[in-house]
Design a protein around this ligand. Structure first.
Ligand SMILES: [Zn+2]
Ligand SMILES: [Zn+2]
Length: 138
């Protein structure tokens, strides 16, 4: 995982943040999860840094988000999820198990109904994932 490590250090640095053990661990943990709540990241990061606090994990995630290194999604149930992919993309969220998948759909054309300059886009589809859909049928 030497390459992954250099990559995360480089990304944190290029976002204008100093690389600290906490930041690198939080970044790499979110990287391994894709999308995760602060609590879920905290649970995993503690395996690497047992002394880290939830408040630290939250402030690291917030600083990443403010620097555009990661993205923060607020889902329909007000659940806040951090996303390792900062670029605009669509999501699928399973209403039953909470699974979140990235959808590789091209950029959504702005309908232009409101005169505005668009800075970011976040489209979310909600439904049942394959596993949950099959359970429903059985
Ligand atoms: Zn599901
Ligand atoms: Zn995503």
């Amino acid at each position: 995982m030497v390459n992954g490590m250099e990559d995360s250090l480089e990304r944190i640095r290029s976002a204008g943040l100093k690389t600290t053990v906490q930041r690198v661990s939080v970044y790499e943990t979110l990287q391994s999860m894709g999308h995760a709540t602060c609590d879920a990241v905290f649970d995993k990061v503690r395996e690497r840094i047992p002394t880290i606090s939830l408040a630290t994990v939250y402030s690291v995630l917030r600083s990443f988000s403010e620097k555009g290194l990661i993205r923060e999604l607020t889902l329909y149930n007000d659940k806040v999820v951090f996303d390792i992919t900062p670029e605009d993309h669509y999501h699928f969220v399973c209403l039953r198990c909470g699974r979140i998948e990235d959808l590789s759909v091209g950029t959504c054309p702005y309908p232009g109904e409101v005169d505005a300059s668009i800075e970011r886009f976040c489209g979310v589809y909600y439904g049942l994932c394959g596993d949950c859909k099959n359970e429903e049928v059985e």
